[in-house]
Design a protein around this ligand. Structure first.
Ligand code: ADP
Length: 655
């Protein structure tokens, strides 16, 4: 199974991408988390802060009412008018003040709490307001202020317009706290009561002033103006009577103010029921908002409503989305750039490695002197340099091996030639040994036979000569006797040859000229045998030194060679006899050549064997005897011939 390949480029890209992706994911998560936290928490924090501002604005309005009421109560004319029950006088003081200071209610009561004058509704007087906590406090000498709820009847007394203003039909919204009544007719008011004293400080009655909050958006719009810098739509402020929006700039789906809608159930439980603040997400009319609610307490300490400021979550959610998208985009872009850079770097790194791989392949395939062109200043560059050095070293080593090989081949050839020469010499030596042993054995036999035959032969010859003498010329048996005599002479010759062969005669050493000996032999031979048709050539090296040896025996050798040559040319030819200096050591060479029938290959090895002859009258002893004589003289004899091309006998003799 072949293992999967992971190219360097891929590995590098993965190695870069893993930490990059981890970093990007962490950055993304941290970024989104921080964005979320920062935006949400800061928005919520702002709303908490805004609620404080709203509270301040609320208190400021109460202070404004308080200062108007206090001022009116402190006027001596007011004290006089109450003391004297001067309604017209009170009217001239309180009516313009109420109008100019934009109070809905400005009322004077006497020490028993009975209404003396209502600036807003002068027709209604004489009813008791002692049941009102603030009025009761004022009659005891304290200036008190707070938020109070007037029942419908109380409102009717205060004036018809206020009664109408207070009416709020209940509007159902999702998640709202369920309401039992369908119309709210009570009124929520900011109210201040102050005692009216005469010059000596005696309490003569009290004044109370109030502003009805139902359907009065002045305060909430002022709060929005302060905390949300004017016309920002996403921020809003609300006044609640219990759970009901009585003044607000929160808008419903159709864009009108959401007066008559209710608090969400959970906020109601917290703020109205438990009287605690609420800071956090809340569902307001139709949207989720960053919200802050604080309970509004009546002077006796029960929560009777709440003050709200808040901001819609939607724009922040959109901002968060946009920021998250931006962050995601930036991180994705950096990831892409990372991939591109690591890919590019990977390619740059992988390219020289690929080139190295291809040159290594070429080297492995047997190419010589392969060089890499990679020249980067890093580890790959060093590798390429080392590769080039290795390639050169390899080429050098190959050269050396080739050189060694050829030297070795030459040596082997030389040694083989030497061995062949040695084995040739060995074979020749063995051949000679065998021949010498054979000759020795035959010689001994021949000597014995020759010796034994010589004596009877001498008797036969003597008697045959006697018979020839005794027989007359005309005797018919004379021819037979003559034949016997010839055959006896032949046997004598054979015996003589046998005895020569057996080397019975010792060498008689003398010094003589080989050239002279040869000239003599040629002359003799021409007398002995007819040389018809034979051209005799004699080529003697004249400067030859004389030879030491048995001239008789050597005469026999050369005569034999010349006679054999003549016999080999029955139809005539060329007979060449010559001498020369064979080598510097002073060895002579005598050469006898003919242009006769030549020697067949199969006979070549047998020529020097005793009794080998191809002639009908031959003894086969001529060459074997010659061989023996030449050896005795420390020389050599051999022949070169081919059938039909004549033969050349060569005799080497030391001086
Ligand atoms: P013989 O002459 O009595 O036969 P040799 O020993 O002188 O005995 O010669 C042996 C044989 O060698 C011869 O019979 C002949 O066949 C052969 N021979 C010798 N000399 C020559 C030559 N010059 N040319 C051809 N054959 C030769």
């Amino acid at each position: 199974m072949s293992r999967m390949r992971f190219p360097i480029k891929l590995k590098l890209t993965i190695a870069t991408l893993i930490p990059l992706s981890v970093a990007i994911i962490i950055c993304w998560m941290a970024g989104v988390f921080i964005l979320h936290e920062k935006i949400s928490v800061q928005a919520q924090e702002k709303v908490r802060h805004d609620l404080n501002t709203a509270h301040e604005a609320y208190q400021h309005e109460l202070s404004r009412i308080a200062s108007v009421v206090r001022l009116s109560a402190s006027l001596p004319r007011t004290a006089d008018a109450i003391a004297t029950d001067d309604i017209a006088g009170l009217g001239t003081i309180l009516s313009p003040l109420r109008e100019s200071e934009k109070l809905d209610i400005l009322v004077a009561v006497d020490t028993r709490g009975k209404v003396v004058y209502r600036a807003n509704n002068p027709a209604c007087r004489g009813d008791s307001r002692k049941g009102n906590t603030l009025v009761a406090q004022a009659l005891r000498g304290n200036v008190t202020s707070g938020t109070v709820i007037f029942s419908e009847d109380e409102l009717v007394a205060e004036g018809e317009a206020l009664t109408r203003q207070a009416v709020i039909p209940v509007v159902a919204t999702p998640r709202a706290h369920p309401r039992r009544m369908s119309v709210e007719r009570r009124g929520m008011l900011l109210m201040v009561a102050a005692p009216v004293r005469n010059e000596s400080g005696k309490i003569l009655g009290s004044l109370y002033g109030a502003v009805l909050l139902n359907n009065n958006n002045t305060l909430v719009d002022a709060i929005k103006g302060i905390v949300f810098d004017g016309g920002e739509d996403r921020g809003s402020a609300t006044m609640f009577l219990w759970d009901l929006r009585i003044a607000t700039n929160v808008r419903t789906g159709n864009g009108s103010r959401a007066i008559g809608t209710s608090l969400s159930g959970e906020v109601y439980d917290r703020v109205i029921v438990k009287g605690q603040k609420w800071v956090g997400r809340a569902f307001v009319v139709k949207d989720w908002c960053f919200s802050a609610y604080e309970p509004i307490f009546s002077p006796d300490g029960t929560a009777i409503g709440s003050l709200y400021v808040g901001m819609q979550e939607a724009p922040y959610t959109a901002l968060k989305k946009q920021m998250s998208l931006l962050l995601t985009g930036v991180l994705l872009l950096s990831a892409l750039i990372g991939i591109a850079i690591s890919g590019y770097q990977g390619k740059r790194l992988a390219q020289p490695i690929k080139e190295l791989e291809s040159v290594a392949r070429r080297l492995a395939a047997g190419e010589r002197g392969v060089k890499s062109t990679v020249d980067t200043r890093d580890e790959i560059g060093e590798l390429a340099q080392m590769f080039n050095e290795m390639s050169s070293a390899l080429a050098e080593r190959e050269d050396r091996i080739q050189e060694l090989n050829s030297t070795l081949e030459q040596k082997v050839t030389e040694r083989t030639a030497e061995v062949e020469e040695k084995s040739r010499l060995l074979a020749k030596a063995r051949e000679e040994l065998i021949r010498s042993e054979k000759l020795a054995a035959i010689g001994e036999l021949a000597a014995g036979v020759g010796h034994e035959i010589n004596n009877p032969l001498a008797i036969i010859r003597g008697n045959t000569e006697l018979l020839q003498i005794a027989l007359p010329e005309s005797d018919p048996n004379r021819e037979e006797v003559e034949t016997i005599f010839q055959q006896v002479k032949r046997v004598e010759r054979i015996v003589a040859s046998l005895l020569t062969f057996a080397r019975r005669q010792p060498k008689r050493m003398e010094t003589f000229s080989v050239n002279a000996l040869l000239r003599e032999i040629v002359e003799h031979v021409s007398y002995q045998v007819p040389l018809d048709g034979i051209t005799v050539q004699e080529r003697y090296a004249e400067d030859l030194r004389e030879v030491q040896g048995d001239s008789g025996q050597l005469r026999q050798v050369f005569t034999n060679l010349i006679l054999n040559a003549v016999q080999a040319m029955p139809d005539g030819g060329l007979l060449t006899i010559g001498t020369m200096l064979y080598d510097e050591a002073g060895i002579y060479c005598v050469q006898v050549s003919d242009s006769g029938m030549g020697i067949p290959h199969q006979h070549a090895s047998q020529l020097f064997n005793p009794f080998f002859t191809t002639k009908s009258t031959g003894t086969g002893l001529g060459l074997s005897v010659s061989y023996g004589i030449v050896k005795e003289h420390g020389g050599q004899i051999d022949v070169r011939s081919a059938p039909g091309e004549g033969a050349t006998f060569k005799v080497l003799l030391p001086v």
